[in-house]
Every structure is written in C-alpha cells, then in structure tokens.
Ligand binder design. Sequence first.
Ligand code: OKP
Ligand code: ZN
Length: 350
Amino acid sequence: MFTIYTEDHRLHNGKEEFHRGKMEECFECPRRAELIIQNIRELGWKVDEPKRQVDLSALYRIHQPRYLSFLQTVYEQWQRVLIREEIEEKIDAMPHVWSCRGLRQIEPKNIYGKLGYYSFDAATPITAGTWQAIIAAVRTVLTAQQFIQSGTIASFALTRPPGHHAGSDFFGGYCFCNNAAIAAEAFLQSGAKRVAILDVDYHHGNGTQQIFYHRNDVLFISLHGDPAEAYPYFLGYRDETGEGVGKGFNVNYPLPLNTDWEQYRTSLLDALNIIETYRPEVLVISLGVDTYEDDDISDFCIAMHEFNEMGSLLAQMNLPTLFVMEGGYYEEVGTAVTNVLTGFDQAKHT
Ligand code: OKP
Ligand code: ZN
C-alpha cells in the first residue's frame, strides 16, 4: 500500500492530558506514527513525502477562517500570557472551562476563554509546533488524495495529529483539523458527486458528523463505542441520521462495550451495504485501530489477526480507497494498521 508520511508530525508533542481526574502522559504521541511507519518500511512498501505545493483550499472550505487563525496564533498568545505571569516552564496550552447550556456562545478576548470556546475536552494540549504538524497532516492527506484522484487504486495517509473529532470550528479528542473531511471535500472539488466516509475508529467521529450533517454529497457512517458508555459521550446515537437534504446520509452504529469481531463484522457488513446503495465514487476510511482488544483507552475486543479480514471486506467494495490514520494506542499499533492494509491489498489481487 502506497503511504504518505512526513516526520513533521513530531512537532505536535503534547506533554500531558487530563485523564481519570489527573494529568497523565499523552496517549496521542509521536511514537505512535513512528511505530506505524516502521512496520510499513519493514514490509518494503513505497513511502512518499507530502507534496509542498498542494492546494489547501479544501482545508478552508471545511474549517471556519476564525477557527483556523485561532489555531495558527493560539500558542503565541499563550506564551505571552506565560511571560506576563512570569512562568518560566514550557507549558502546553489547554482549556479548563467550556460554555454549556445557559451560557453564551461568544468568543472571549482572553486566551483561556478562547481555548474553551474552540474546544470540547481537556485531552488535547497545544504545543509550540502544533500548527505546523496540523498543516503537515493536511498536506499528507491531500497528497494521498491527489494520487487517488489520478488513478491510484488505494493509498494510506499516515496522519498525526488525527482528525475525526475536529469539527468546522472546534478541536478535541487529540484532533484539530479533520483530515478525512478535508480529503472528502477535495474529491468533491475535483469533480466527484458522491463520497462516502466510513469511520472504524473506536470513538465516534463527532467532528466528521457535524461537518457533513446537513449534506447529501458526503455519506458518513461510523461504528463506535455506544456514547452512553464511551467517549465522546455527547454524540453518536443511532437516531442521528442527518438533517435537511442531509437526512439519511449520516449513519451511526453505537456498539456495546466488549464488542468482538463477530458482532462488529455484522454491523460492518450492514454499513458496507449502505455504501453500495449510495454508489459513491470514492471511499475514505477513517482508520482507527483502537478497536483492538488491548488498546489502552478503548473497550472493544478485536484480535490482531482479525484486522486482516476488516481490510479484505473493505476491498470488496471495489472502490478507490483512501485510508486516513486516526486512533490506536498500544505498542502493536503498526501491526494492526498493516494487517488492515495487507488484508485490503491481498483481496484486491485475488
Ligand atoms: C481520539 B481518537 C482518556 C479518555 C479519552 C480522549 C480520547 C480521544 C480519542 N483521557 N480521551 O478517536 O482515537
Ligand atoms: Zn479513537
């Protein structure tokens, strides 16, 4: 499988996230991508760097200009506050207050207010190089998208930070810009009429759902831990089916904790049927492998070898397919990823 990757992801390197009531080392770390690229290199697959001169207009169509300029400048503002308050330690920017029911939706001037206004959790620290890493991930996914556009049957965008929790104007869940959504938009810009995004990450792709909820040119389907029990808790129920012309083009499969491959497979086959009926020109896979039984922050029970079958089922859609990296938080994350991609490749060649 043809992979796009750059080391620039390392520039996003959060120290700690709020986890179980205290600050703990970030689960979403540079090492994740390094483990994955190592597995890919061992298999001898072709790896390219993202193109420098890639057209970024899809990024600006998916995310609000105000949000993007916030992301671009937030760390500078944060640093100024640290200096003013005479804090010498290099601390990541992190929100600690949010606007819930009964509070206003007005962007505050204050940096702490802004951080809360543009986010939904305290798991997503912003570091000095976060913006550069975000742009590197967007270039990565758009380069992989271009290759498919020009006839490559499948490619893998090894993106970090991930994207599926990021909405048009908010970050959270380790995500800032929605790489998969940006790729889908780029396909539409270059002439596609229908794009399907299938999200197999353990966590509901709340950002992708929000972005396309009122649209029928992108079908969004997500299989994930039931939000009544699993992060992000506040979206991902079955009755969220889209609105306006988007009605029927959002499909959620909330699954119980400890879901195993046999149960998962049933929902996946159902999802693939819906995609077939939709007749998209391309398939974008939000590839989270945190459904693995030993993932550090998730609660499904998929075994390592079962990821191959997942890949081969995806191949049977017979569509140009763009894989976009999302979650997966364990040492063997690279094996799970290459198992999916190998399963896909082998099914293509038989
Ligand atoms: C991102 B992706 C640990 C609890 C969960 C956020 C999880 C984000 C998952 N503090 N925190 O979907 O893999
Ligand atoms: Zn996840």
